[in-house]
Design a protein around this ligand. Structure first.
Ligand code: NAD
Ligand code: G6P
Ligand code: MN
Length: 433
């Protein structure tokens, strides 16, 4: 049989994943799905787990859904392990987003100080999971969705013995679907060559039925309406000169780097008026779990698409199916560079279009990144590496260093002040410091 273990099973995204497994059951005949959570997430796990059971039953498929707080039982002999956990829950994310704003620095889930601290909380846990996997399911693939996905994948590659790891994000698929919509064509006809890092990925070319339509798409991106591809980051629109000069497709998170001041002001204003994104999402999550409790609900409710991770199931299950069937189709994932992007270390995690085989993703070589984007990408990779090192060693200097070199931080002094305040705020989840 085929066994999948999902760590952080109490996530409101679980119905997304179940929908994906149901849709692709013909190609991936899953027999056992183990949803794992911790004591703090027990209630969520029960509610969403029971919805998962009803969804499978409605689909009439022989998939056993197990709910457990025992990670070892779940991991034992698993074929695939997916992770979607959040250490400290959304309350911790709200602190990541609020504290930096006091210092006039962006507060965001995966970028700047928020990204650093989410990494510091998450990396020790993923390393524990990897150590368990080595004992309990050494042949399994680890599909990591847990943010900051790029930094987490980097940490797994550098600090564990797990080599079969893939980091996954819904941003590339979201961009491809968004561009298809702008072009008014089916998603299947559009292909983008992706390269860069997680949440720092560029589309180097874009094709419709195999013919480049990059010029047309770049032109479309000069319209502010056309630059929002995920629900959680609304683009402000590019100066036409800038985007034409860049001559590459941007991802929504680039707004924080190329429109830093405007995005900081916008984030501060929103935090004041309606709360930070985590605070908004907390409310959305409450509403979702109220819906999930309804014993008559047996499908994924459309309200889930208001979350930034929409289409995650498509990305995750499509990836698992392609590995399982050795499909050799092309998908953008986070994997070991292996020389595909000349400007980045061979042994670092990169987000790049890959051929997906039963031996895993084979990154498609792109040579050097364009000179205009190379420096920023390298800077973010350095930030990720030093952050991961701080997370593993508990070295306080490294944490201050990581934030000081991040382009969203104005100085080493501000970096240190933010690190100090955030270390204190998160101390129960930072045992390594
Ligand atoms: P959430 O707050 O609902 O947390 C999910 C579950 O993780 C909770 O039920 C919680 O109890 C559990 N958890 C916490 N610590 C755990 C541990 N040590 N072991 C097992 N379970 C644990 O989070 P969410 O909003 O559903 O997001 C889940 C994760 O997915 C986050 O890390 C988020 O950043 C990530 N995410 C990634 C992408 C992407 O593109 N890669 C998109 C959306 C969300
Ligand atoms: C995006 C990103 C994720 C991020 C999420 C936030 O699409 O790819 O990495 O975690 O959305 O969504 P949320 O609804 O939690 O703000
Ligand atoms: Mn993402």
């Amino acid at each position: 049989g085929l066994k999948v273990a999902t760590i952080g099973g109490g996530s409101s995204y679980t119905p997304e994943l179940i929908e994906g497994f149901i849709k692709r059951y013909d190609e991936f005949p899953l027999t056992e799905l183990w949803l794992v959570d911790i004591e703090a997430g027990k209630e969520k796990l029960e509610i969403v787990g029971n919805l998962a059971k009803r969804m499978v039953e409605k689909a009439g498929l022989p998939i056993e859904v197990h709910l457990t707080l025992d990670r070892e039982v779940a991991l034992k002999d698993a074929d695939f392990v997916t992770t979607q956990f959040r250490v400290g829950l959304l309350e911790a994310r709200a602190k990541d987003e609020r504290i930096p704003l006091k210092y006039d620095v962006l507060g965001q889930e995966t970028n700047g100080p928020g990204g650093l601290f989410k990494g510091l909380r998450t990396i020790p846990v993923i390393i524990d999971i990897c150590n368990d996997m080595e004992r309990l399911c050494p042949d399994a693939w680890l599909i990591n969705f847990t943010n900051p996905a790029g930094m987490v994948t980097e940490a797994v590659l550098r600090y564990t013995n797990i080599e079969k790891v893939i980091g996954l994000c819904n941003v590339p698929i979201g961009i491809e679907m968004g561009i298809a919509k702008l072009l008014e064509v089916e998603h299947e006809r559009v292909h983008i060559d992706f390269a860069g890092l997680n949440h720092m990925v560029y589309g180097l070319d874009v094709y419709l039925d195999g013919v480049s339509v990059k010029e047309k798409v770049i032109d479309m991106l000069t319209n502010p309406e056309n630059t929002s591809f995920v629900k959680n980051v609304k683009g402000l629109g590019w100066e036409p000169e800038f985007i034409r000069g860049l001559n590459a497709l941007t991802c929504p998170y680039h707004n924080y780097y190329y429109k830093s001041r405007e995005m900081l002001e916008k984030t501060k204003k929103e935090a004041e008026e309606k709360g930070t994104r985590a605070e908004v999402v907390l409310q959305l999550e409450k509403e979702l779990f109220e819906l999930y409790k309804d014993p008559n609900l047996n499908i994924k409710p459309p309200q889930l698409e208001e979350r930034g991770g929409a289409y995650y199931s498509d990305a995750a299950v499509r990836l698992i199916t392609s590995i399982y069937n050795d499909k050799r189709d092309i998908q953008p994932v986070n994997t070991r560079n292996n020389g595909a992007i000349a400007s980045l270390p061979d042994d670092s995690a990169v987000e790049v279009s890959c051929i997906i085989t039963k031996e895993g993703p084979k990154p498609i070589s792109i040579g050097d990144l364009p000179v205009a984007v190379r420096g920023l990408v390298q800077q973010i990779k350095s930030f990720e590496r030093i952050s991961a090192e701080a997370a593993v060693t508990g070295d306080y200097d490294k944490a201050v260093l990581a934030l000081s070199i991040n382009p969203l931080t104005p100085s080493d002094t501000i970096a240190k002040q933010i690190v100090d305040e955030m270390m204190e705020a998160h101390k129960e989840h930072l045992p390594q410091f």
